[in-house]
Write a protein that binds this ligand. Sequence first.
Ligand code: ADP
Ligand code: MG
Length: 460
Amino acid sequence: MICTCDVWTQFLDYAKLKISEAAFNNWLSPIVVIELTETQLRLEVPNIFVKEYLLSNFKKDLTSFIPVTPAGEPAIEFSIAKQEKKSVVPVVPPTRVVEGAPFSVSEQNTAQVPHDPLFSTYAVKLNDHYRFSTFIEGPANQFVKSAAVGVSERPGFSYNPLFIHGGVGLGKTHLLHSIGHRIMETNKKLRVQCITTEAFINQLVEALRNKSIDRMKRFYRQNIDVLLVDDIQFLQNRGNFEEEFCHTFETLINQNKQVVITSDKSPSQLKLSERMVARMEWGLVANVGMPDLETRVAIILHKAEQKGLSIPSNVAFLIAEHIHNNVRQLEGAINRLSAYLRLLNQSITEELVEKLLRDMFQIVPRERVTVENILKSVSAVFQVRLTDLKGQGRAKEVALPRQVAMFLAKELIKESLVMIANSFGKTHSTVLHAAKAIEKKISEDETLRRQIDMVRRNLG
Ligand code: ADP
Ligand code: MG
C-alpha cells in the first residue's frame, strides 16, 4: 500500500517548482486527496476547471508519481466538491484593476449598468468617440452598420446574436460601442454589459478562486439585458472557459437578450467547438471590410476635422492611396500630421506629407508568383499553347519555353526545388538541368534574354 501523503506531497513539491506561487495556491492547493490505492488516485476538486488545469499542465508529470492506466495515463478519478453556501461568497475589493479590463464603469453609465461590485470592475467603459454618428460608411461596411443600428433599435428581436467580424483596425470595436451607446440612450432601463473576452476569462478565473462562480453565473444570466463581447477569438483553445461562455450565451439568447460579438475571423474559421460555432451563426454574421478609396478619404477628412485640421483633398487622396488596410493607421497618420503642424506652421503639401508619413505608407503587395502564372506568361511571350507547355511533348518549340519556365520558377519562387519540380510534374534534377541550360543560353542569345526579361516584367 502506498502512503497517500507521500506521493501527493512529493508531486506538490515538484509542481511548486514549475509554477508560480499564485497559480499553485489557485489551482493545486484546493485539491483534496480522497483515496490512493495501488491502481488509482481519487481526488476531490472544487470545480471542473481545476481538473482541467491539473490535467492540461501536469498529465505527463503525474505519471511519475501516481498509478497509471494501461494506456499510460494518470489513473485519477475526480469528484467535484459540493458547492459552498452562497452566504460565504467573498467580495473582491472594487478597486481591483484587471489586465485587459482597465476600466471601471463610468459614473454617467452606472444607472444603466448592472450593479455588482464584483463584476462591474471587469466591464469596459464605452469609448465616448465610438458612435454611429462618427462611423463613416462605405460599400465595405454599410451592411454591418445597418445591422448594428437594427440591433440597437430592437435589442433581442432583430438579429441575435449579431456577429461582426473583420480585420484589425476596421471598426469592430467602434461599432460594438456604438450599439452600447445607442441602446443606453434610447432605453435607459436596459442593462448593458460590454466586456472583452480576455476580461471575461480573467473574471472567470477570479470567480473560481473566490468561489464566487455561482454569483458570476447568476450575474451574467440574470442581471443583464445586453451583452457586448469584444474579440471572441481569445476564447480559442481555452477549453472549459469556452463551455462556460457557451452556457451564458445560450441562456441569454433563450431569454431574447441581445448578444453582440466581434471577432477577427468568421465563426467557422475560429478554432472553437462545433456547438459554439453553430450558436454564433444563429443570428446574423456580418463582415466589416476595408473601406474603399473614397470612404478612406472621407474618414481622413472627418478625423482631420475633429482635430481642427484642414487637409486639401489631393493630400487626403495621397494618404488614402498609401494606407489601405487599416483605419487605425489612417488615424495614426492624421495624428502625426497634426502634431507636426502644431509645432511648425507650414502648409500641408504632398511633398511634406510624403516626407512625414513615408514609413507608414504601405506598398501594394505584389501578387505572389506561382508556377501557373509563370507558365501563362511564358506561353504568351513564346507563343506556345499553355496545354502544350504543360504536356510532355519534346518538340523544340515547346521544350525551350518549358525550360525557361523552370528556370524562372527556380529564380522567382521561394520554395524548395523539390516543391517546384512537383508543380511541373518533374524531378528536381530535371528542373536543375533546365535552369542551368537556360543560364548558359542566355549568355549567348540576346533574343532569348529579352524574351525572359519580358516574362519577368509581366509577372510584375
Ligand atoms: P477593430 O476593433 O476592428 O480592430 P476599431 O474599432 O478599434 O477596430 O477601429 C480602429 C480605429 O479606427 C478607431 O479609432 C475607430 O474609430 C476608427 N475607425 C474604424 N473604422 C471607421 C469608420 N468606418 N469610420 C470612422 N472611424 C473608423
Ligand atoms: Mg477591436
